[in-house]
Design a protein around this ligand. Structure first.
Ligand SMILES: [Zn+2]
Length: 484
């Protein structure tokens, strides 16, 4: 059976974030495990909804011999430092060398990495690998649905598979598809490929595949044993010309690959005007939530402060609107404020502390929320995911607390490590039940939908200050930061 080296190096870079992504960010655990090496790449991801886990499982079932090198991912933030990129890329290159004779290489990448010196991090990694190992080694890649796919990536990888769901429920499945396509390269030779990029940006909250037009675009992608089409919708906050939707096709003949790309490209262009980009201002959204009388909570989505898109997860605009409107029976998560979380731990459960929550990331129009808080619950922050997207995994929140501004009826999960609020376990971990609340506020863009839509009366995306602008037409030329 073939010998396949495997590695993962994931980052979604938000060019608007002032927080550099350094090596430590790849080494630490957050929403996903910390940096893994050797056999841990397989054993510590087994059963998780991750591309490399799906690839490894499919390879194991087929009897392939895997040589795991490393896997790492950092929470989305600003540019990846050249030091971090050089270190991790160098370790992957060294690992492939150490693997000896291999038949193939698989890479679990995001596809929207920007380093200090290259706006196409994945392309830069592939350049290094091709320089070391030549053009003959079959290289298969899996990418996120929010990949900003470059022509260089398409040129240097023999086959690319891309998630087809947002929320990303098919990450492991995409890894398994990548295994099948890479095996086809090995056995039958490289496919012909075709590639086209759109000339418009789709805001992320409009990309979710539970709604049109994304649902139909993905449902209709061509896929058979010898040919397939892949579609990435792009990540708008990555400052690169590649941050627009991409269509790729692979087939046995160039003619078929070209024809397949054109069919999906035409459908994408027809869909252009139908992505639902609606966002309400915070005050308007809170009024709508308070007026709602359906069963289950109204979920208010702080889309522009989603740490999963590189935002700080600490802006206070939606909280202020809730307090101003007198909205009670509210759960909010996840606020990133290590200082206040530490003070809550010092004071203990049941204590009252005076302090200021969040608002420290330099976002224009944002400031800390000062007041007295009741410490309702504490945790060291190892939180099991319970939902479909990350179930089986563990969120590392760091020392965390449930804080309630006195007299408001608002309970806020405050963490020491940035994590996107996308799983009911983030609240249940503290004994809180989102289904029983009147209003639930999540700092997420669309991933929350998998877990929260089934319990929600309705979902309202909100535009509050944040480092991840989703009202991108017209884009504010000054950007979201106050001081740059
Ligand atoms: Zn994504």
């Amino acid at each position: 059976m073939p010998r396949i080296a495997i590695a993962g190096f994931q980052h979604e870079t938000n060019s608007l974030s002032p927080v550099m992504t350094d090596l430590a960010a790849f080494e630490m655990a957050d929403s996903w495990p910390g940096l893994l090496t050797g056999e841990d790449v397989i054993t510590q991801t087994r059963g998780m909804n991750l591309p490399i886990a799906g690839f490894a499982e499919a390879a194991r079932a087929a009897g392939a011999d895997l040589i795991p090198i490393l896997w790492c991912a950092a929470e989305p933030a600003g540019h990846v430092s050249d030091t971090a990129f050089d270190e991790i890329a160098g370790r992957i290159v060294a690992g492939v060398h150490a693997a000896g004779d291999i038949d193939m290489l698989y890479l679990d990448l995001h596809g929207a990495m920007i380093t200090q010196s290259d706006a196409d991090g994945e392309g830069a990694l592939l350049v290094r690998l091709r320089a070391e190992f030549g053009s003959k080694l079959p290289i298969g890649v899996s990418l996120d649905l929010h990949a900003n796919v470059s022509a260089r990536m398409v040129d240097l990888a023999d086959t690319i598979c891309i998630f087809r769901t947002y929320p990303h429920l098919d990450m492991a499945e995409t890894g398994a598809r990548a295994f099948a396509r890479l095996m086809a390269c090995f056995r039958s030779g490289r496919p012909q490929k075709a590639f086209r990029k759109a000339d418009f940006i789709v805001p992320l909250h409009a990309q979710h595949t539970g709604a049109e037009p994304a649902r139909s675009l993905y449902a209709r992608l061509y896929d058979d044993a010898a040919a397939h089409v892949e579609l990435a919708l792009g990540f708008s906050a990555g400052d690169t010309p590649d941050r627009v939707p991409s269509v790729l096709a692979y087939a046995q003949t160039q003619g078929q690959a070209d024809a397949l790309v054109e069919t999906t490209f035409a459908a994408l262009n027809e869909a252009r005007g139908f992505f639902d980009t609606t966002l309400l201002d915070a005050g308007e959204a809170v009024r709508a939530a308070m007026a709602h009388s359906g069963r289950g909570p109204v979920v208010l989505v702080d889309v522009q402060d989603n740490p999963g898109a590189g935002a700080s997860s600490d802006t206070t605009g939606l909280l202020r609107a809730l307090v101003a409107a007198g909205a009670g029976d509210v759960l909010m998560g996840l606020f990133h404020d290590p200082t206040l979380a530490a003070r809550a731990h010092e004071a203990g459960t049941g204590a009252e502390i005076e302090g200021a929550l969040g608002g420290r990331s330099g976002v224009r129009g944002d400031s800390p929320f000062a007041g007295n808080f009741h410490v309702e619950a504490l945790s060291h922050g190892q939180c099991r995911y319970t939902g479909e997207m990350y179930g089986g995994g563990t969120a590392t929140l760091g020392p965390s607390a449930v804080l309630s501004p006195i007299g408001t009826g608002i309970r806020i999960v405050v963490t020491s490590i940035r994590n996107q609020c996308l799983d009911l376990g983030h609240f249940a971990h503290f004994g809180l039940d989102p289904a029983a609340a009147r209003i639930v506020c999540v700092k997420s863009t669309a991933h929350f939908r998998a877990a929260f839509e089934p319990i929600a009366a309705t979902v309202i995306p909100v535009a509050s200050p944040g480092l991840f602008p989703c009202r991108i037409s017209p884009l504010d030329p000054a950007g979201p930061l106050a001081s740059v």
